[in-house]
Ligand binder design. Structure first.
Ligand code: ASP
Length: 307
């Protein structure tokens, strides 16, 4: 059987006239590198689970995206990281929220899945767990870039309100491997100027991340509050499994439902049969796809050949 990997680096108000050539080049290079990491594993019969973790790690390390280094800042100026991973073969899942010192949030989520009896670990105790698992710890300032600091200063100067021209830079990956198993991974710094220990959809299984071999694997980006209320990723899977909808039809219906709750965003999804779809209700979404058939693509803006 063939394999497919699909990734996103967040969605938002990106248009050719608002993204500089440098930003576009950096984002495209990051997406290509993430596809390379996933493809290297899948093409050697590696698992979808390993592939989505590897792709997510590349994007976490890349300051062009809102995950790991280069994440957006909370209102107090700190970076707080959320991530989740899920294996569609047995629906095992792991997630972390509010990490401040763990360099690789997606690997912490995987460690929670494989080496703890729990699904979701939070805040300082979650960092402590990751450290005990041998995952590298860094100062919170290591995640902070001057661009994100300036972005927070702008938003705080405007009263701390969310920016309607926001770019949701969360990263995610979904894959189906040659054994027909699917997996999903999502990692994020959340929303700029978030407060009160806010946790978004990304680390919530069923909201921003979900994988089930009986339907599909899903990763979301966008206004997390709306994706949580729509239980977006799980809704997509259930539309297929219980409602008999096609992947693309289910994905569009979920984005419409998120929209009805006042949220915009994007979704990527793959099914065990190899079908892969993406969709977004913002002007653009950083995204990429690679398949065993040789098809490979990285896109940012809305395009005629969209899937
Ligand atoms: N969905 C993320 C959150 O609400 C934000 C994003 O997609 O960038 O935390």
């Amino acid at each position: 059987m063939g394999w497919t990997i699909m990734i996103h680096g967040g969605c938002g108000a990106m248009r050719p006239e608002t993204v500089s050539a440098g930003q576009e080049e950096a984002a495209r290079a990051g997406l290509e590198a993430a596809l390379d990491a996933g493809t290297a594993l899948l093409s050697r019969d590696g698992s979808a689970l390993d592939a989505v973790e590897a792709a997510a790690r590349v994007l976490e390390e890349d300051p062009a995206f809102n995950a790991g280094r280069g994440s957006v800042l909370a209102a107090d100026g700190a970076v707080e990281l959320d991530a989740a991973i899920m294996d569609g073969a047995d629906r095992s899942a792991g997630a972390v929220a509010g990490l401040r010192t763990t360099r690789a949030p997606i690997s912490a989520a995987r460690a929670a899945m494989e080496h703890s009896p729990h699904v979701l670990l939070t805040y300082a105790e979650a960092d402590r767990f990751a450290r005990a698992q041998g995952l590298e710890q860094v100062a919170n300032s290591w995640f902070v870039t001057p661009e994100r600091k300036a972005q927070l200063d702008r938003i705080m100067a405007a009263g701390g309100k969310f920016d309607s021209a926001i770019k949701y830079g969360t990263i995610g990956a979904v894959a189906v491997d040659s054994g027909g198993h699917v997996a999903a991974a999502t990692s994020t710094g959340g929303l700029t100027a978030k407060r009160w220990g806010r946790v978004g959809d990304s680390p919530l299984i069923g909201a921003g991340t979900y994988a089930d071999d009986r339907s599909c694997a899903v990763s979301a980006t966008g206004l997390g509050e709306a994706f949580i209320r729509a239980v977006a990723a799980h809704q997509l899977a259930m539309r297929m499994m219980l409602g008999g909808e096609e992947l693309g039809e289910a994905l569009d219906a979920v984005l419409a439902d998120v929209g009805s709750l006042g949220g915009s965003g994007g979704l990527i999804a793959v099914a065990p049969g190899g079908e892969a779809r993406w969709g977004f209700t913002t002007p653009g979404m950083y995204r990429g796809l690679a398949c065993s058939s040789g098809e490979r693509r990285v896109s940012i803006y809305g395009e005629a050949d969209d899937r």
